[in-house]
Write a protein that binds this ligand. Structure first.
Ligand code: AG3
Length: 287
């Protein structure tokens, strides 16, 4: 929600607490078929993209979210060849997967193609890999798309908005079952799962939905400056691997080390450490 001309505010935690950002310019505003899309030039954190008044991407911290969404599953997966990203129209997660030469295809399924177009214009650093020949963009509903592929993907990422409105379907047991069916027997899925301390959305039920489908369900966290309460959680689910079962293959390990050199957040020590949960985080996700 924008309050004054020179400030952007997002209230969360039942509208009681929030983030306040000084803005230099309101670069773009439109109502797409699905949502209100805004881009701000801020005083301190670079450009900021919001959807329905909720923060999605800022230049100061997008690398954290995007690096971990791609490199955590890639470090564990024995095969990274086929990747599906649901949501994520800003292109940030695609950019990070594209750094892995063993990834053969990346399907990006974003319901709102306006998010992709606006990101291309204002966040070219995020969309830089969308032209990669391995990337295929599908402007469709992920919940529909997922039904069409069986036993196909090695990694599926759900890069969604908050669990409300049209994104709510991306947190259901039914959807997780379809994801599981779209994955190969060694497949891995990851999703953003909100702030477990404030826990506005009662995320345990989403983890219960995952547990109804996947034998392995784990959680980890990373700080995202612009998201409610900064402490952000992610779900890691798979049919066999734990989040800390890094692929022991030495060629793969060396390749990952090369990628890590250019990462500003991700490295494999951090990866192992982040799966060690506090008591509160464990309780909130039902572990
Ligand atoms: N993913 C959005 C996470 C939820 C943010 N919630 C909020 N601001 N209330 C963003 C996609 C980045 N690729």
């Amino acid at each position: 929600m924008e309050n004054k001309m020179n400030e952007f505010t997002e209230y969360w935690y039942h509208q009681t607490l929030g983030l306040r950002v000084k803005i230099k310019a309101h670069l773009h505003s439109e109502q797409s078929k699905y949502q209100k899309i805004d881009v701000y030039e801020t005083e301190g954190i670079g450009k900021l993209l919001t959807l329905n008044g909720k923060t999605m991407v800022s230049e100061i911290d997008e690398f954290i979210y995007h690096e971990i969404m791609a490199h955590v599953p890639c470090a564990v997966a024995r095969k990274n060849s086929k990747v599906l990203i649901i949501g994520g129209g800003d292109g940030g997660v695609v950019r990070e997967f594209a750094k892995h030469n063993d990834v053969q295809s990346i399907d990006l399924v974003e319901i709102d193609d306006r998010v992709i177009e606006i990101s291309k214009k204002y966040f070219p650093q995020c969309t830089s890999a969308l032209g990669d020949p391995r990337v295929k963009i599908h402007a469709r509903d992920g919940a529909e798309f997922i039904k069409e592929r069986k036993n196909y993907y090695d990694i599926i990422i759900v890069d969604s908005t908050d669990p409300e409105d049209f994104a709510l379907g991306l947190f259901t047991e039914k959807f997780y079952r379809e994801i599981s069916e779209a994955l190969t027997s060694e497949g891995i899925m990851m999703a953003q799962t909100e702030n477990p301390i404030l826990d506005e959305f009662e995320i345990k039920k989403f983890y219960d939905n995952l547990r109804a489908v996947f034998p392995v369900v784990e959680s980890f966290s990373a700080p995202i400056i612009i998201y409610p309460g900064v402490y952000w959680s992610f779900a890691f689910a798979s049919k066999c691997f734990h989040g800390t079962d890094l692929n022991p293959d030495s060629t793969k390990k060396n390749k990952l080390k090369q990628i890590e050199k250019d990462c500003r957040w991700y490295n494999s020590n951090w990866h192992i450490g982040t799966f060690a949960l506090s008591n509160l985080h464990r309780k909130q996700v039902g572990m």
